[in-house]
Design a protein around this ligand. Structure first.
Ligand code: G4P
Length: 523
Protein backbone atom coordinates (compact mmCIF):
# COMPACT_ATOMS: atom_id res chain seq x y z
CA UNK A 1 0.00 0.00 0.00
CA UNK A 2 1.49 3.29 -1.04
CA UNK A 3 1.72 6.01 1.55
CA UNK A 4 0.09 8.52 -0.74
CA UNK A 5 -2.66 6.36 -2.12
CA UNK A 6 -4.29 4.16 0.47
CA UNK A 7 -7.30 2.09 -0.45
CA UNK A 8 -10.55 3.39 1.05
CA UNK A 9 -11.22 2.14 4.58
CA UNK A 10 -14.29 0.76 6.25
CA UNK A 11 -14.01 0.20 9.99
CA UNK A 12 -16.84 -1.81 11.49
CA UNK A 13 -17.78 -4.08 14.38
CA UNK A 14 -20.15 -7.01 14.40
CA UNK A 15 -22.30 -6.97 17.49
CA UNK A 16 -24.92 -9.39 18.74
CA UNK A 17 -26.40 -11.20 21.64
CA UNK A 18 -24.25 -14.28 22.39
CA UNK A 19 -24.99 -17.21 20.06
CA UNK A 20 -26.57 -15.12 17.31
CA UNK A 21 -23.62 -16.16 15.12
CA UNK A 22 -20.95 -13.49 15.48
CA UNK A 23 -18.01 -15.90 15.33
CA UNK A 24 -19.59 -17.80 12.46
CA UNK A 25 -20.15 -14.60 10.52
CA UNK A 26 -16.63 -13.34 11.21
CA UNK A 27 -15.22 -16.52 9.76
CA UNK A 28 -17.54 -16.34 6.78
CA UNK A 29 -16.53 -12.73 6.11
CA UNK A 30 -12.87 -13.67 6.20
CA UNK A 31 -13.57 -16.55 3.85
CA UNK A 32 -15.21 -14.26 1.32
CA UNK A 33 -12.63 -11.59 1.57
CA UNK A 34 -8.92 -11.67 1.30
CA UNK A 35 -7.39 -11.49 4.72
CA UNK A 36 -4.55 -9.01 4.65
CA UNK A 37 -3.21 -9.63 8.11
CA UNK A 38 -1.26 -12.83 7.68
CA UNK A 39 -2.89 -14.31 10.70
CA UNK A 40 -3.51 -17.81 9.48
CA UNK A 41 -7.06 -16.57 9.03
CA UNK A 42 -9.54 -16.64 11.80
CA UNK A 43 -9.45 -19.34 14.39
CA UNK A 44 -12.47 -21.54 14.51
CA UNK A 45 -13.81 -22.86 17.75
CA UNK A 46 -12.69 -26.37 16.92
CA UNK A 47 -9.01 -25.85 16.30
CA UNK A 48 -8.01 -23.11 18.68
CA UNK A 49 -4.67 -23.78 20.19
CA UNK A 50 -4.44 -24.19 23.94
CA UNK A 51 -2.08 -21.25 24.25
CA UNK A 52 -4.56 -18.70 22.99
CA UNK A 53 -5.98 -17.86 26.33
CA UNK A 54 -5.27 -20.54 28.81
CA UNK A 55 -5.46 -17.83 31.43
CA UNK A 56 -9.15 -17.93 31.14
CA UNK A 57 -11.15 -21.04 30.59
CA UNK A 58 -14.43 -19.26 30.14
CA UNK A 59 -13.04 -17.43 27.23
CA UNK A 60 -11.62 -20.48 25.58
CA UNK A 61 -15.06 -22.01 25.68
CA UNK A 62 -16.46 -19.13 23.69
CA UNK A 63 -14.11 -19.00 20.73
CA UNK A 64 -13.34 -15.65 19.17
CA UNK A 65 -14.03 -13.22 21.87
CA UNK A 66 -12.41 -10.81 24.19
CA UNK A 67 -8.79 -11.43 23.23
CA UNK A 68 -9.10 -10.57 19.59
CA UNK A 69 -8.59 -7.09 18.31
CA UNK A 70 -9.12 -6.44 14.65
CA UNK A 71 -9.22 -8.44 11.48
CA UNK A 72 -8.16 -6.57 8.39
CA UNK A 73 -9.15 -7.74 4.94
CA UNK A 74 -9.52 -6.50 1.43
CA UNK A 75 -12.78 -6.51 -0.43
CA UNK A 76 -13.67 -4.88 -3.72
CA UNK A 77 -10.69 -2.54 -3.61
CA UNK A 78 -11.43 -1.50 -0.03
CA UNK A 79 -9.70 -2.32 3.21
CA UNK A 80 -12.16 -3.48 5.84
CA UNK A 81 -11.15 -3.34 9.51
CA UNK A 82 -13.39 -5.64 11.51
CA UNK A 83 -12.97 -4.81 15.17
CA UNK A 84 -13.96 -7.59 17.51
CA UNK A 85 -16.33 -7.10 20.42
CA UNK A 86 -16.84 -9.25 23.48
CA UNK A 87 -19.94 -11.39 23.50
CA UNK A 88 -21.09 -11.34 27.08
CA UNK A 89 -23.34 -8.64 28.49
CA UNK A 90 -21.03 -8.23 31.48
CA UNK A 91 -18.46 -6.81 29.13
CA UNK A 92 -20.73 -4.13 27.74
CA UNK A 93 -18.24 -1.55 28.86
CA UNK A 94 -15.60 -3.10 26.60
CA UNK A 95 -18.09 -3.17 23.77
CA UNK A 96 -18.84 0.47 24.34
CA UNK A 97 -15.15 1.30 24.03
CA UNK A 98 -14.82 -0.76 20.87
CA UNK A 99 -17.77 1.07 19.37
CA UNK A 100 -15.87 4.30 19.92
CA UNK A 101 -13.36 2.97 17.39
CA UNK A 102 -15.68 2.07 14.50
CA UNK A 103 -17.66 3.98 11.90
CA UNK A 104 -20.55 1.52 11.59
CA UNK A 105 -21.85 -1.61 13.25
CA UNK A 106 -23.35 -4.80 11.87
CA UNK A 107 -26.05 -6.05 14.22
CA UNK A 108 -26.83 -9.74 14.05
CA UNK A 109 -30.30 -10.84 15.01
CA UNK A 110 -31.19 -14.51 15.41
CA UNK A 111 -34.20 -15.17 13.17
CA UNK A 112 -35.81 -17.43 15.76
CA UNK A 113 -35.04 -15.43 18.88
CA UNK A 114 -35.50 -11.93 17.53
CA UNK A 115 -34.35 -9.09 19.73
CA UNK A 116 -32.61 -10.34 22.87
CA UNK A 117 -31.50 -8.33 25.91
CA UNK A 118 -27.97 -7.76 24.66
CA UNK A 119 -29.25 -6.83 21.20
CA UNK A 120 -31.33 -4.08 22.75
CA UNK A 121 -28.47 -2.77 24.86
CA UNK A 122 -26.12 -2.70 21.91
CA UNK A 123 -28.61 -0.93 19.67
CA UNK A 124 -28.98 1.68 22.39
CA UNK A 125 -25.24 2.13 22.66
CA UNK A 126 -25.03 2.60 18.89
CA UNK A 127 -27.85 5.12 18.99
CA UNK A 128 -26.15 6.96 21.85
CA UNK A 129 -22.87 7.14 19.96
CA UNK A 130 -24.56 7.93 16.65
CA UNK A 131 -23.17 4.83 14.95
CA UNK A 132 -25.04 3.71 11.83
CA UNK A 133 -26.26 0.12 12.11
CA UNK A 134 -26.70 -2.48 9.38
CA UNK A 135 -28.98 -5.29 10.54
CA UNK A 136 -28.48 -8.90 9.51
CA UNK A 137 -31.28 -11.33 10.31
CA UNK A 138 -29.24 -14.49 10.68
CA UNK A 139 -29.97 -18.23 10.71
CA UNK A 140 -32.68 -17.95 8.04
CA UNK A 141 -31.84 -21.57 7.13
CA UNK A 142 -33.59 -22.61 10.34
CA UNK A 143 -37.21 -22.30 11.39
CA UNK A 144 -37.72 -18.83 12.77
CA UNK A 145 -40.14 -15.95 13.06
CA UNK A 146 -42.12 -14.04 10.49
CA UNK A 147 -39.93 -11.40 8.82
CA UNK A 148 -42.50 -8.61 9.26
CA UNK A 149 -42.76 -9.40 12.96
CA UNK A 150 -39.00 -9.12 13.32
CA UNK A 151 -39.05 -5.74 11.57
CA UNK A 152 -41.90 -4.52 13.76
CA UNK A 153 -39.91 -5.41 16.87
CA UNK A 154 -36.91 -3.41 15.65
CA UNK A 155 -39.07 -0.40 14.90
CA UNK A 156 -41.01 -0.59 18.16
CA UNK A 157 -38.27 -1.54 20.60
CA UNK A 158 -35.33 0.29 19.11
CA UNK A 159 -37.05 3.15 17.32
CA UNK A 160 -35.00 2.49 14.21
CA UNK A 161 -36.91 2.23 10.97
CA UNK A 162 -35.92 -0.99 9.20
CA UNK A 163 -35.40 -0.63 5.46
CA UNK A 164 -34.84 -4.13 4.04
CA UNK A 165 -32.49 -4.27 1.08
CA UNK A 166 -33.23 -7.92 0.55
CA UNK A 167 -36.33 -9.95 1.32
CA UNK A 168 -36.22 -13.69 1.95
CA UNK A 169 -37.51 -16.05 -0.68
CA UNK A 170 -38.91 -18.85 1.46
CA UNK A 171 -39.87 -18.72 5.11
CA UNK A 172 -37.24 -19.19 7.82
CA UNK A 173 -36.11 -22.79 7.53
CA UNK A 174 -36.81 -22.93 3.78
CA UNK A 175 -34.23 -20.50 2.43
CA UNK A 176 -34.04 -20.36 -1.37
CA UNK A 177 -32.38 -17.00 -1.62
CA UNK A 178 -33.43 -13.38 -1.49
CA UNK A 179 -35.20 -10.81 -3.56
CA UNK A 180 -32.75 -7.98 -4.07
CA UNK A 181 -35.15 -5.06 -3.63
CA UNK A 182 -33.04 -2.52 -5.45
CA UNK A 183 -32.06 -4.66 -8.43
CA UNK A 184 -35.48 -6.33 -8.49
CA UNK A 185 -33.88 -9.72 -9.10
CA UNK A 186 -33.76 -13.08 -7.40
CA UNK A 187 -30.48 -14.11 -5.83
CA UNK A 188 -30.56 -17.86 -5.52
CA UNK A 189 -28.40 -19.60 -2.94
CA UNK A 190 -27.18 -23.13 -3.20
CA UNK A 191 -26.02 -25.09 -0.23
CA UNK A 192 -22.49 -26.34 -0.12
CA UNK A 193 -21.42 -29.03 2.30
CA UNK A 194 -21.33 -27.46 5.74
CA UNK A 195 -20.91 -24.01 4.25
CA UNK A 196 -17.19 -24.71 4.00
CA UNK A 197 -16.67 -22.76 0.82
CA UNK A 198 -18.27 -19.69 -0.65
CA UNK A 199 -21.91 -20.39 -1.36
CA UNK A 200 -22.69 -20.00 -5.04
CA UNK A 201 -24.99 -17.08 -5.79
CA UNK A 202 -27.01 -17.10 -8.97
CA UNK A 203 -28.69 -13.88 -10.11
CA UNK A 204 -32.00 -14.53 -11.85
CA UNK A 205 -34.09 -11.72 -13.40
CA UNK A 206 -37.54 -11.21 -11.88
CA UNK A 207 -39.39 -12.49 -14.95
CA UNK A 208 -37.72 -15.87 -14.65
CA UNK A 209 -37.69 -16.09 -10.84
CA UNK A 210 -41.27 -17.31 -10.51
CA UNK A 211 -40.63 -20.23 -12.74
CA UNK A 212 -37.33 -20.96 -11.01
CA UNK A 213 -38.64 -21.10 -7.47
CA UNK A 214 -42.46 -21.06 -7.57
CA UNK A 215 -44.74 -19.84 -4.78
CA UNK A 216 -42.01 -18.54 -2.41
CA UNK A 217 -41.03 -16.01 -5.09
CA UNK A 218 -44.60 -14.69 -5.36
CA UNK A 219 -44.74 -14.35 -1.57
CA UNK A 220 -41.42 -12.53 -1.52
CA UNK A 221 -42.69 -10.21 -4.25
CA UNK A 222 -45.79 -9.48 -2.19
CA UNK A 223 -43.63 -8.70 0.83
CA UNK A 224 -41.48 -6.40 -1.26
CA UNK A 225 -44.55 -4.53 -2.54
CA UNK A 226 -45.90 -4.10 0.99
CA UNK A 227 -42.58 -2.64 2.07
CA UNK A 228 -42.49 -0.32 -0.91
CA UNK A 229 -46.04 0.87 -0.18
CA UNK A 230 -44.94 1.52 3.38
CA UNK A 231 -41.95 3.55 2.22
CA UNK A 232 -39.49 1.13 3.87
CA UNK A 233 -36.82 1.76 1.26
CA UNK A 234 -33.17 2.41 1.87
CA UNK A 235 -32.43 5.97 2.83
CA UNK A 236 -28.70 6.68 3.06
CA UNK A 237 -29.10 9.91 5.04
CA UNK A 238 -31.45 8.21 7.48
CA UNK A 239 -28.99 5.35 7.89
CA UNK A 240 -26.02 7.66 8.53
CA UNK A 241 -28.07 9.71 10.98
CA UNK A 242 -29.12 6.61 12.90
CA UNK A 243 -32.82 6.89 12.01
CA UNK A 244 -33.06 3.84 9.75
CA UNK A 245 -31.30 0.51 9.52
CA UNK A 246 -30.84 -1.40 6.28
CA UNK A 247 -31.76 -5.07 6.78
CA UNK A 248 -30.63 -8.20 4.99
CA UNK A 249 -31.47 -11.85 5.54
CA UNK A 250 -28.66 -14.34 5.81
CA UNK A 251 -27.30 -17.60 7.04
CA UNK A 252 -23.78 -17.12 8.29
CA UNK A 253 -23.40 -20.86 8.69
CA UNK A 254 -24.19 -21.55 5.03
CA UNK A 255 -22.46 -18.37 3.80
CA UNK A 256 -25.75 -17.09 2.41
CA UNK A 257 -25.83 -13.33 2.18
CA UNK A 258 -22.25 -12.87 3.38
CA UNK A 259 -21.06 -11.51 0.04
CA UNK A 260 -24.03 -9.15 0.04
CA UNK A 261 -23.13 -7.93 3.48
CA UNK A 262 -19.59 -7.15 2.32
CA UNK A 263 -20.95 -5.31 -0.71
CA UNK A 264 -23.15 -3.24 1.59
CA UNK A 265 -20.36 -2.47 4.03
CA UNK A 266 -18.31 -1.11 1.16
CA UNK A 267 -21.25 0.71 -0.44
CA UNK A 268 -23.07 2.12 2.59
CA UNK A 269 -20.85 2.25 5.66
CA UNK A 270 -19.22 5.65 6.04
CA UNK A 271 -15.54 6.12 5.33
CA UNK A 272 -13.46 7.41 8.24
CA UNK A 273 -14.08 11.12 8.65
CA UNK A 274 -12.80 14.00 10.74
CA UNK A 275 -12.65 13.30 14.49
CA UNK A 276 -13.89 15.83 17.00
CA UNK A 277 -11.34 16.68 19.69
CA UNK A 278 -12.15 17.40 23.32
CA UNK A 279 -11.90 21.14 22.67
CA UNK A 280 -14.49 20.91 19.89
CA UNK A 281 -12.07 21.32 17.02
CA UNK A 282 -11.92 18.80 14.19
CA UNK A 283 -8.91 16.70 13.24
CA UNK A 284 -9.31 16.04 9.52
CA UNK A 285 -8.20 12.65 8.23
CA UNK A 286 -5.42 14.20 6.15
CA UNK A 287 -4.03 16.19 9.09
CA UNK A 288 -0.92 14.87 10.80
CA UNK A 289 -1.05 11.52 12.58
CA UNK A 290 -3.36 11.04 15.55
CA UNK A 291 -4.98 8.03 17.15
CA UNK A 292 -6.84 7.15 20.31
CA UNK A 293 -6.58 4.11 22.52
CA UNK A 294 -9.81 2.17 22.91
CA UNK A 295 -8.57 -1.00 24.53
CA UNK A 296 -5.63 -2.08 26.67
CA UNK A 297 -4.91 -5.70 27.26
CA UNK A 298 -2.10 -7.76 28.68
CA UNK A 299 -1.27 -11.34 29.42
CA UNK A 300 -3.59 -12.60 26.74
CA UNK A 301 -1.17 -15.16 25.49
CA UNK A 302 1.44 -17.10 27.45
CA UNK A 303 3.83 -16.66 24.52
CA UNK A 304 3.52 -12.87 24.70
CA UNK A 305 3.33 -11.76 28.30
CA UNK A 306 3.15 -8.12 27.50
CA UNK A 307 0.74 -5.31 27.35
CA UNK A 308 -0.93 -4.04 24.22
CA UNK A 309 -2.69 -0.77 23.74
CA UNK A 310 -5.00 -0.80 20.73
CA UNK A 311 -5.47 2.50 18.98
CA UNK A 312 -7.65 3.61 16.13
CA UNK A 313 -5.92 5.92 13.70
CA UNK A 314 -7.96 9.11 13.37
CA UNK A 315 -5.78 11.16 11.06
CA UNK A 316 -2.61 11.06 9.03
CA UNK A 317 -0.36 8.18 8.11
CA UNK A 318 1.24 5.95 10.70
CA UNK A 319 4.74 4.64 10.05
CA UNK A 320 6.16 2.09 12.40
CA UNK A 321 9.01 3.62 14.37
CA UNK A 322 7.72 7.16 14.13
CA UNK A 323 7.85 9.16 17.32
CA UNK A 324 4.52 10.34 18.62
CA UNK A 325 3.41 12.34 21.62
CA UNK A 326 1.22 10.98 24.37
CA UNK A 327 -1.31 13.75 24.93
CA UNK A 328 -1.96 12.94 28.60
CA UNK A 329 1.68 13.31 29.67
CA UNK A 330 3.21 15.29 26.82
CA UNK A 331 5.91 12.65 26.58
CA UNK A 332 7.38 11.32 23.36
CA UNK A 333 6.59 7.79 22.57
CA UNK A 334 8.30 5.27 20.28
CA UNK A 335 6.22 3.09 18.01
CA UNK A 336 8.93 0.68 17.05
CA UNK A 337 6.90 -2.31 18.11
CA UNK A 338 3.56 -1.49 16.61
CA UNK A 339 1.67 -4.59 15.61
CA UNK A 340 -1.56 -5.76 14.18
CA UNK A 341 -3.13 -8.48 16.20
CA UNK A 342 -5.98 -10.81 15.66
CA UNK A 343 -6.50 -13.57 18.16
CA UNK A 344 -3.09 -14.98 18.96
CA UNK A 345 -1.41 -14.02 15.73
CA UNK A 346 0.69 -10.92 15.49
CA UNK A 347 2.60 -9.23 12.76
CA UNK A 348 4.42 -5.95 12.69
CA UNK A 349 2.53 -3.16 11.06
CA UNK A 350 4.58 -0.87 8.83
CA UNK A 351 1.95 1.67 7.92
CA UNK A 352 -1.56 2.53 8.86
CA UNK A 353 -4.23 4.94 7.69
CA UNK A 354 -7.27 6.53 9.27
CA UNK A 355 -9.66 3.80 10.33
CA UNK A 356 -6.94 1.18 10.86
CA UNK A 357 -6.24 -0.37 14.24
CA UNK A 358 -2.70 -0.65 15.57
CA UNK A 359 -1.51 -2.46 18.67
CA UNK A 360 1.27 -0.74 20.60
CA UNK A 361 3.36 -3.19 22.55
CA UNK A 362 4.41 -2.48 26.13
CA UNK A 363 3.06 1.01 25.91
CA UNK A 364 3.05 1.26 29.67
CA UNK A 365 1.75 4.77 29.90
CA UNK A 366 -1.20 4.42 27.57
CA UNK A 367 -4.70 4.20 29.07
CA UNK A 368 -8.06 3.66 27.46
CA UNK A 369 -9.23 6.95 25.98
CA UNK A 370 -5.72 8.39 25.58
CA UNK A 371 -4.66 10.24 22.47
CA UNK A 372 -1.31 9.99 20.69
CA UNK A 373 -0.34 12.36 17.92
CA UNK A 374 2.37 13.82 15.75
CA UNK A 375 2.48 17.46 14.74
CA UNK A 376 -0.05 19.86 16.23
CA UNK A 377 -1.32 18.64 19.62
CA UNK A 378 -4.77 17.11 19.88
CA UNK A 379 -6.68 15.27 22.58
CA UNK A 380 -9.84 13.31 21.81
CA UNK A 381 -12.65 13.18 24.36
CA UNK A 382 -12.41 10.51 27.05
CA UNK A 383 -14.56 7.42 26.60
CA UNK A 384 -17.03 7.63 29.48
CA UNK A 385 -17.05 4.70 31.87
CA UNK A 386 -20.35 3.15 32.80
CA UNK A 387 -22.05 3.34 36.13
CA UNK A 388 -20.85 0.31 38.09
CA UNK A 389 -23.58 -1.72 39.77
CA UNK A 390 -21.53 -4.38 41.54
CA UNK A 391 -18.96 -3.75 44.24
CA UNK A 392 -16.55 -6.00 46.12
CA UNK A 393 -13.40 -5.64 48.16
CA UNK A 394 -10.34 -7.55 47.04
CA UNK A 395 -7.68 -8.83 49.40
CA UNK A 396 -4.66 -10.99 48.69
CA UNK A 397 -4.91 -14.45 50.23
CA UNK A 398 -1.15 -14.88 50.62
CA UNK A 399 0.46 -11.89 52.32
CA UNK A 400 3.79 -12.83 50.69
CA UNK A 401 2.28 -11.93 47.31
CA UNK A 402 1.30 -8.39 48.28
CA UNK A 403 3.55 -6.69 45.75
CA UNK A 404 2.20 -8.79 42.88
CA UNK A 405 -1.31 -8.16 44.16
CA UNK A 406 -0.79 -4.42 44.00
CA UNK A 407 0.72 -4.55 40.54
CA UNK A 408 -2.03 -6.82 39.23
CA UNK A 409 -4.83 -4.66 40.57
CA UNK A 410 -3.20 -1.60 39.09
CA UNK A 411 -2.71 -3.13 35.65
CA UNK A 412 -6.16 -4.68 35.44
CA UNK A 413 -7.58 -1.31 36.46
CA UNK A 414 -5.69 0.30 33.58
CA UNK A 415 -7.07 -2.28 31.20
CA UNK A 416 -10.55 -1.50 32.41
CA UNK A 417 -11.21 -5.07 33.56
CA UNK A 418 -12.82 -3.47 36.62
CA UNK A 419 -12.77 0.02 38.09
CA UNK A 420 -10.73 0.33 41.27
CA UNK A 421 -11.89 2.60 44.06
CA UNK A 422 -9.85 3.55 47.08
CA UNK A 423 -10.26 5.41 50.33
CA UNK A 424 -8.08 6.16 53.31
CA UNK A 425 -10.55 4.33 55.47
CA UNK A 426 -10.18 1.07 53.57
CA UNK A 427 -6.48 1.44 52.92
CA UNK A 428 -4.28 0.03 50.19
CA UNK A 429 -4.81 -3.57 51.24
CA UNK A 430 -8.49 -3.82 50.48
CA UNK A 431 -9.37 -1.74 47.42
CA UNK A 432 -12.97 -1.75 46.28
CA UNK A 433 -13.61 -3.16 42.84
CA UNK A 434 -16.52 -1.82 40.86
CA UNK A 435 -18.07 -3.54 37.85
CA UNK A 436 -20.93 -3.20 35.43
CA UNK A 437 -21.43 -6.99 35.39
CA UNK A 438 -20.33 -9.56 37.97
CA UNK A 439 -18.41 -11.60 35.42
CA UNK A 440 -15.79 -8.86 35.43
CA UNK A 441 -14.92 -9.98 38.97
CA UNK A 442 -14.45 -13.55 37.79
CA UNK A 443 -12.13 -12.35 35.06
CA UNK A 444 -10.14 -10.32 37.55
CA UNK A 445 -9.88 -13.19 40.02
CA UNK A 446 -8.83 -15.65 37.30
CA UNK A 447 -6.18 -13.30 35.94
CA UNK A 448 -4.83 -12.31 39.36
CA UNK A 449 -4.30 -15.98 39.99
CA UNK A 450 -2.90 -16.97 36.58
CA UNK A 451 -0.86 -13.93 35.63
CA UNK A 452 0.25 -12.47 38.94
CA UNK A 453 0.15 -15.61 41.09
CA UNK A 454 -1.69 -13.49 43.62
CA UNK A 455 -4.99 -15.24 44.36
CA UNK A 456 -7.56 -12.84 45.74
CA UNK A 457 -10.49 -13.09 48.09
CA UNK A 458 -13.47 -11.06 46.94
CA UNK A 459 -16.13 -9.91 49.33
CA UNK A 460 -19.28 -8.50 47.87
CA UNK A 461 -20.40 -5.16 49.25
CA UNK A 462 -24.05 -4.26 49.64
CA UNK A 463 -23.99 -1.32 47.24
CA UNK A 464 -25.61 -1.15 43.83
CA UNK A 465 -25.50 2.53 42.93
CA UNK A 466 -22.58 4.90 42.40
CA UNK A 467 -22.91 8.64 41.94
CA UNK A 468 -20.18 11.10 41.15
CA UNK A 469 -19.67 13.75 43.84
CA UNK A 470 -17.99 17.11 43.63
CA UNK A 471 -14.51 16.98 45.17
CA UNK A 472 -15.31 19.94 47.45
CA UNK A 473 -18.43 18.14 48.75
CA UNK A 474 -16.87 14.68 49.13
CA UNK A 475 -16.20 15.03 52.85
CA UNK A 476 -19.77 16.16 53.56
CA UNK A 477 -21.25 13.27 51.58
CA UNK A 478 -18.91 10.83 53.31
CA UNK A 479 -20.15 12.01 56.69
CA UNK A 480 -23.73 10.95 55.89
CA UNK A 481 -25.09 7.68 57.20
CA UNK A 482 -25.02 4.57 54.95
CA UNK A 483 -22.96 6.30 52.28
CA UNK A 484 -19.36 5.56 51.45
CA UNK A 485 -17.17 7.83 49.37
CA UNK A 486 -14.22 6.40 47.48
CA UNK A 487 -11.95 7.75 44.79
CA UNK A 488 -11.66 6.16 41.38
CA UNK A 489 -8.16 5.88 39.96
CA UNK A 490 -8.83 8.77 37.58
CA UNK A 491 -9.37 10.93 40.67
CA UNK A 492 -13.16 11.05 40.51
CA UNK A 493 -14.83 10.75 43.92
CA UNK A 494 -17.78 8.35 43.86
CA UNK A 495 -20.45 7.91 46.52
CA UNK A 496 -21.81 4.40 46.91
CA UNK A 497 -25.38 3.69 47.98
CA UNK A 498 -27.23 0.49 48.73
CA UNK A 499 -29.88 1.38 46.16
CA UNK A 500 -31.33 4.16 44.07
CA UNK A 501 -33.91 5.08 46.74
CA UNK A 502 -31.19 5.75 49.25
CA UNK A 503 -29.37 8.01 46.77
CA UNK A 504 -32.58 9.87 45.99
CA UNK A 505 -33.38 10.29 49.67
CA UNK A 506 -30.00 11.95 50.20
CA UNK A 507 -30.67 14.22 47.22
CA UNK A 508 -34.03 15.23 48.69
CA UNK A 509 -32.66 15.90 52.15
CA UNK A 510 -29.55 17.75 50.96
CA UNK A 511 -30.57 19.56 47.79
CA UNK A 512 -27.27 21.46 47.68
CA UNK A 513 -25.23 18.25 47.31
CA UNK A 514 -24.56 17.34 43.70
CA UNK A 515 -24.83 13.58 43.09
CA UNK A 516 -24.24 13.18 39.42
CA UNK A 517 -25.46 10.07 37.61
CA UNK A 518 -22.89 8.13 35.60
CA UNK A 519 -23.74 6.88 32.09
CA UNK A 520 -25.90 3.77 32.40
CA UNK A 521 -24.89 0.63 30.57
CA UNK A 522 -28.29 0.70 28.92
CA UNK A 523 -29.85 -2.17 30.86
P1 G4P B 1 -21.66 -16.03 18.74
O1 G4P B 1 -20.25 -15.87 18.29
O2 G4P B 1 -22.54 -14.90 18.38
O3 G4P B 1 -21.81 -16.42 20.16
O4 G4P B 1 -22.29 -17.26 17.92
P2 G4P B 1 -21.59 -18.44 17.14
O5 G4P B 1 -21.05 -17.98 15.85
O6 G4P B 1 -20.71 -19.19 18.06
O7 G4P B 1 -22.87 -19.30 16.79
C1 G4P B 1 -23.69 -19.87 17.80
C2 G4P B 1 -24.34 -21.12 17.26
O8 G4P B 1 -25.21 -20.78 16.18
C3 G4P B 1 -23.36 -22.13 16.70
O9 G4P B 1 -23.88 -23.40 16.92
C4 G4P B 1 -23.38 -21.84 15.22
O10 G4P B 1 -22.99 -22.94 14.45
C5 G4P B 1 -24.83 -21.50 15.03
N1 G4P B 1 -25.06 -20.63 13.87
C6 G4P B 1 -24.45 -19.46 13.55
N2 G4P B 1 -24.94 -18.96 12.41
C7 G4P B 1 -25.88 -19.82 11.99
C8 G4P B 1 -26.74 -19.85 10.85
O11 G4P B 1 -26.74 -18.99 9.99
N3 G4P B 1 -27.58 -20.92 10.77
C9 G4P B 1 -27.60 -21.92 11.70
N4 G4P B 1 -28.45 -22.92 11.52
N5 G4P B 1 -26.79 -21.91 12.78
C10 G4P B 1 -25.95 -20.88 12.91
P3 G4P B 1 -23.46 -24.32 18.14
O12 G4P B 1 -24.12 -25.62 17.95
O13 G4P B 1 -23.71 -23.59 19.42
O14 G4P B 1 -21.92 -24.37 18.00
P4 G4P B 1 -21.09 -25.30 17.03
O15 G4P B 1 -20.93 -26.54 17.79
O16 G4P B 1 -21.89 -25.46 15.77
O17 G4P B 1 -19.83 -24.53 16.82
Amino acid sequence: MGPTDPRPRRTIAVISHPDAGKSTLTEALALHAQVITEAGAVHSKGNRKATVSDWMEMEKARGISITSAALQFEYAGHVVNLVDTPGHADFSEDTYRVLAAVDAAVMLVDAAKGLEPQTLKLFQVCAHRGIPVLTVINKWDRPGRDPFELLDDIEREIKLRPTPLTWPVGIAGDFHGVLDRRAGEFVRYTRTAGGATRAPEEHIPADRAGEAVGAPWDEALEGHELLTADGADHDQDGFLAGRTTPVIFASALLNFGVGQLLDLVVELAPAPGATRAADGSLRAIDDEFSAFVFKVQSGMDTAHRDRLAYARICSGVFHRGMSVTHAATGRAFSTKYAQVVFGRERTSVEEGYPGDIIGLVNAGALRVGDTIYAGPPVAFPAIPSFAPEHFATATVTDAGRWKQFRKGIEQLDEEGVVQVLRSELRGEHAPVLAAVGPMQFEVLAARMDAEYRAPVRLETLGYSVARQVRPDQAARVAALRDVEVLTRSDGTPLALFSDRWKAEAVERMHPDLVLERLPASGG
